[in-house]
Ligand binder design. Structure first.
Ligand code: MSP
Length: 642
């Protein structure tokens, strides 16, 4: 019988910088689901890759003095290497600079233009380079991007637009008729309420202010908007062609699940389905939006110096240690958290103590009492029944949870089975049974049950931690990881041989590991040598004195609602109190600032930032990170600084 197909994808990562552990989580998650589906007998196709066009990449390449293509070749190679280092089993690694992809995107753009879904017009508004997005006057309040808070550029250009509104009703109907189309439910609500209900605006789908993109085939002044280019990867990777669709496209499309992060749900649940509708193609069955992995409760960012890379974790935790951590820590719908302390603790608790000890102790007892030969089970007791029942319930529950993408919960079930097995050792005390020959049959049953529970656990965890599961199954004499075998207690054949006891996960010494991480971090943070800046034209002392700099003390500080970058400060100038709005929220909080003495530009014309009045400016150095200039705490307030 032909196998049922299962096509799944990850987002394609930007080839702008090395991916961090959050990006890596996504491919691990997709790989886990792919492996599980394979275990269930599906013909699985997992597609991942890199998103390589856009102004940001053009700028980065220019800064580095290389061509954009050379730049993305390098990063894309790194990304593929990192994905492989996590033992992920993808079938296709697509790059948006692949020739086939480029041709296909050009063709579909032309098709959409020819059929009237795309039209040419003039664009006037605000543009955010890092987000590669346009905003209207009201969206880009006070010249700041509503998505990332960075300054936007005034832009006026000819551009192509997609008539999104044409398909809005059809999309809404599809969402209503297909309850599993967007998951989790909370993100579905967000998409409907924040984007669909207020009405869809036409989307600007070309750019002419930079060159690094796929050219519009019939108008070479324009390159195709990076999101149309990127989203199309899901069909070009399968060899989509309107006239002659490739075999993989015919076999695997529509996609069974797009796995993406919460930040790009809008592109996947609104723009992408609408593009597909316009192309006359079936829609994906599901878009699953996972949460973000944060450092503690903070977003990972280079400027905060809190970015964690899988390369640095590998020597500490190993591949399965990393997989185990990220898969366990990301809840179904909310964000997850990563810290070095939590990683070490989870590793020691779950992997070294729970699973590692269970396997090691059981293999050692099998060796000691039965010369490493699997004994035949005899009559059971209530403890045995409870263990068997737990194993069965675990298999049922892991399947249910994986089928509904509750991946962390599924993994927790497996580890709870291992905990149950450890408890069974305490309940049955095999070392006591071994003392008397009369208890031999009982001891045989206990050891058999332990080996069998470990086998079931290993089958259930093999999509999460493939390398460790395989080691365990090999230790048990080469048992298969067939999914259905997890539902049958009693598959191991008595009389066959078990391997030598091994330490699967050596315990980590928290103090030593943290000290090591700290030392490596310091070595990396050595500042690079600074280039001499070009400098500005000279000014006279009189010109300088026209800037009224004064000492002041920060007496209050609070965030500005809906402006992630801004803080509202009250400063005491000695002769009056002023309100200053400063874009330093990413680097300082109230606790770092209240009571500190700073330098204020006191004769700066007042301005409004995100609707909040600012009566001056604080002096600070740098952009990323920004460092506020603090004065000697003894400085009186309101003194002229010169
Ligand atoms: N190139 C776009 C996606 C185009 S898909 C047609 C992109 N790239 S990305 O490199 O910024 O992100 C890749 C994926 O990683 C996205 O799904 C994103 O949500 C996810 N993550 C980015 N930071 C993350 C965490 N901190 N935690 C978990 N996932 C994270 O977006």
């Amino acid at each position: 019988m032909e196998k049922e197909k299962f096509y799944l994808t990850t987002a394609i990562a930007y080839a702008s910088q090395k991916p961090h552990i959050g990006n890596v989580y996504e491919i691990i998650l997709a790989d886990t689901i792919a492996r599980y589906k394979k275990q269930r007998g599906y013909d699985v196709y997992l597609c991942t890759g890199t998103d390589e066009h856009g102004q940001k990449i053009e700028d980065l390449a220019q800064k580095k003095g290389v061509t954009p293509k050379a730049y993305v070749d390098d990063i894309s190679g790194e990304i593929e290497r990192i994905w492989r280092s996590m033992n992920t089993s993808f079938d296709r690694f697509i790059r948006t600079t692949d020739d086939f992809h480029i041709q296909c995107v050009q063709k579909l753009f032309k098709q959409l233009y020819d059929q009237g879904d795309i039209y040419k017009d003039k664009y006037e508004g605000w543009y955010c380079v890092p987000c590669e997005s346009f905003f209207t006057e009201t969206q880009a309040k006070d010249g700041l991007c509503p998505d990332c808070g960075r300054p936007v550029k005034r832009t006026e250009e000819e551009a192509y637009f997609f008539k999104m509104s044409r398909y809005a009703d059809q999309l809404m109907e599809h969402i209503e008729k297909n309850p599993g189309f967007i998951e989790p439910e909370s993100r579905k609500k967000e998409m409907i309420n924040n984007f669909l209900k207020p009405g869809l605006q036409d989307l600007c789908v070309s750019r002419s202010s930079f060159k690094w993109g796929i050219p519009v085939s019939f108008d070479d002044k324009h390159v195709i908007y990076v999101w149309i280019d990127a989203l199309s990867n899901y069909i070009t990777a399968l060899g989509y062609d309107k006239e002659q669709p490739g075999e993989n496209f015919k076999k695997y499309w529509p996609c069974d699940v797009h796995i993406v992060g919460k930040d790009i749900m809008r592109f996947h649940t609104i723009y992408w389905p609408i593009i597909l509708m316009a192309l006359g193609l079936p829609l994906p069955k599901k878009i699953f939006g996972h949460g973000w992995l944060n450092f503690g409760s903070d977003k990972m960012s280079k400027s905060k110096g809190n970015v964690i890379y899988s390369d640095d974790l590998l020597p500490l935790l190993g591949v399965d240690g990393i997989r185990h951590y990220v898969l366990s820590e990301m809840p179904y719908a909310a964000d997850g958290s990563i810290t070095y302390e939590a990683m070490i603790s989870r590793y020691n608790t779950d992997l070294a103590n729970n699973l590692g000890n269970l396997v090691n102790r059981t293999a050692a007892m099998t060796k000691k009492y039965f010369g490493s030969v699997i004994p035949a089970p005899g009559v059971g007791t209530e403890f045995d029944e409870d263990l068997k029942e737990t194993a069965h319930k675990t298999a049922v529950s892991v399947q249910e949870k994986l089928d509904s993408y509750h991946v962390a919960d599924a993994l927790e079930e497996v580890f709870s089975l291992f905990r149950r097995a450890n408890k069974y050792i305490d309940e049955t005390a095999p070392w006591a049974l071994a003392k008397e020959e009369a208890n031999k049959a009982r001891l045989e049953t206990v050891i058999y049950n332990l080996l069998e529970t470990i086998r079931i656990g290993a089958v259930l965890m093999s999509s999460f931690l493939p390398e460790s599961a395989e080691k365990i199954l090999t230790l048990l004499g080469g048992a298969e990881a067939a999914w259905d075998s997890a539902f049958v207690f009693g598959t191991l054949v008595p009389g066959s041989q078990v391997g030598e006891p091994v330490v699967l996960f050596a315990r980590l010494d928290e103090e030593a590991v943290l000290a090591d991480i700290q030392a490596k971090k310091q070595a990396k943070d050595e500042p690079a040598e600074k280039e001499k800046p070009e400098g500005l034209a000279q000014i006279s002392i009189d010109q300088f004195m026209q800037v009224e700099l004064r000492s002041a003390q920060i007496i209050a500080c609070e965030p500005v609602p809906r402006a992630k970058k801004l803080l509202k400060l009250q400063v005491d100038l000695g002769y009056e109190t002023r309100q200053i709005v400063s874009g330093i929220a990413a680097f300082y909080g109230p606790d770092d600032l209240i009571g500190k003495k700073v330098i204020v530009v006191a004769n700066l014309a007042p301005a409004k930032l995100c609707d909040v009045e600012s009566q001056g400016m604080l002096l600070a150095a740098g952009e990323d990170p920004i460092r506020v200039v603090f004065l000697d705490p003894e400085t009186p307030n309101g003194e002229r600084v010169r």
